[in-house]
Structure formats: C-alpha cells, structure tokens
Design a protein around this ligand. Structure first.
Ligand code: PEP
Length: 260
C-alpha cells in the first residue's frame, strides 16, 4: 500500500523514442486513458524527448497530466552546444529527470554534476526526479545500499531540507533497467527505505517524510501492483512500458489500487 501522506507519482521516461508526431499521439492516448478515470489520485507525468515537450504539453493541456524533461544543463545560457538549460524548460514542463543511469554511464555524469543539475532545476521552479541505482556488480557484492546512499548524499548535497523534501527520487537498479528483470518488491522496498533513512539522517525527518521515492526498472502492468503495494514505494519511473498507452494506463491503475 502506498503512503497515505505522499501522493503516488507514475512517470513515463520515453528516452530517445518517438518523433514529434508519435509523441503527440502517445500523449493523446494517455490523456484519453486518464480522462476515463476523473477520480484518480495518482500523479501522472510524461517525459518525452526535448523536441516533443511543446507538443506533449499542448496535447495534455488542461488534463491532470504533468510533463517532464529527461535532462538539463546546469547553466542558464551560454556556449554549451547541444545542451538545454532548466531556464529554457520553464513553461514547457514541471519536472526534469537528472542523473539517469544512462546519462551517468554513457556521458560520464557524476554525483557532483547531478547535484548541480538538481539545484539548477530547483532554482527555476522545476521538480527534479533524481535517479540513483547500483550496478549488477554492486548488487552481487552486497554493496548496493552503500553505493546508492552515497549517490544520494553526493547528488543532493548542499540542498536545503525543504528542497530535498520537495523533490522526487527514483531508485533504479541498473541491472533491472530494460532487462525485464525487476527487483523484487521486498528488495525495492528495503532499498527505498534505506534511501529514506539517509534522507532522514542528513536532512531530517520532515524531509524524509515528504520526499517521494519511486522504483524504476522493468516496471510493467504485470508487476506494478506488487511493487506499489510496498509502503516505501511512492510510485514508478517507467521506461519501455510507458511507450504503450494501455500498458502505462494499467500501471497508473495499479497505483490507484494500492492507495490506502
Ligand atoms: C528507465 O530507464 O528509467 C526505466 C525504468 O526503464 P525500463 O522501465 O524500460 O526498465
């Protein structure tokens, strides 16, 4: 059962998929699926590629669906060819994913850089979805919790307790992303509990009680209800399954079923 105090949040990370036309169509399909459940309490966020932010924002206008970017660069403007700042995202979206393991892995982004991005997003009124997660090596060595909690303190250091309480953390074990092998609900709940305990130790109990922590990694319609039944798991960051409107809608429905 998800928390009674933290509103569940299901976010779709479309990664480098969808043309503008495809993204518009997918957003419209999700909108239609959500529209048939006006009583839903779960927060829904779509994170298309930068190019489609404007079209997706228009497609979900006046619907109870948020929009997020998948990345930002931590400077307002300047000679950073190919980058997009949080300042440029204002008005197009409310959320921005930072520190996704694909960016940490393929583009060498470390905790200090992720922290700069999170602070930059917050400074522009956007809510960062800060991703953390251990590799298969750490998982197998039993060092996953130590690695992930160090990612939390490193990626959020110098942020205020109020800021940390306001953001979203996504716990995404790298070995579970795109593999079809999600963490067990019990393991995900334990790791998210460890993350929340780290937030409590560093930023205090109020921030730990507020911060929403998602699980991500091969979440699908078939396993969502089991994962979201855990008390520490406040939602899901969904990759592959978010590209199919009916599958994504089923995950949102699973969050609703898990409400207290
Ligand atoms: C992700 O990359 O954020 C993710 C969770 O992907 P998938 O759901 O495809 O494992």
């Amino acid at each position: 059962m998800v928390s009674a105090v933290r509103r569940p949040i299901i976010a779709g990370n479309w990664k480098m998929n969808t043309t503008v036309a495809e993204a518009t169509d997918l957003a419209r399909q999700v909108r239609a699926a959500v529209a048939s459940h006006p009583d839903y309490h779960t927060e829904v966020v779509l994170c298309p590629p930068f190019l489609s932010l404007s079209a997706v924002a228009a497609a979900v206008e006046d619907a109870p669906i948020g929009v997020g970017a998948q990345n930002c660069y931590p400077a307002d403007s300047g000679a950073y060819t190919g980058e997009v700042s949080a300042a440029m995202l204002v008005g197009l979206c409310q959320y921005v994913i930072v520190g996704h393991s694909e960016r940490r892995g393929y583009f060498g982004e470390d905790n200090a850089f992720v922290q700069q991005k999170a602070a930059h997003a917050l400074a522009h009124g956007l809510t960062p979805i800060v991703c953390v997660g251990e590799s298969l090596e750490h998982y197998e060595a039993g060092t996953g919790a130590a690695f992930v909690t160090a990612q939390i303190t490193g990626s959020l250091h110098d942020l205020s307790a109020d800021a940390v309480g306001s953001l979203v953390i996504a716990y995404e074990p790298i070995w579970a992303i795109g593999t079809g092998h999600a963490a067990t609900a019990a393991d995900a709940n334990t790791m998210i509990g460890a993350i929340r305990a780290t937030v409590a130790d560093t930023w205090g109990a109020a921030a730990a009680g507020r911060v929403r922590i998602q699980y991500g990694g091969s979440v699908a319609a078939a396993n969502a209800a089991t994962l979201l039944a855990e008390p520490e798991i406040d939602g899901a960051l969904v990759g592959g399954a978010s590209l199919k409107a009916d599958e994504f809608a089923a995950i949102i429905a699973a969050a609703e079923v898990s409400l207290p």
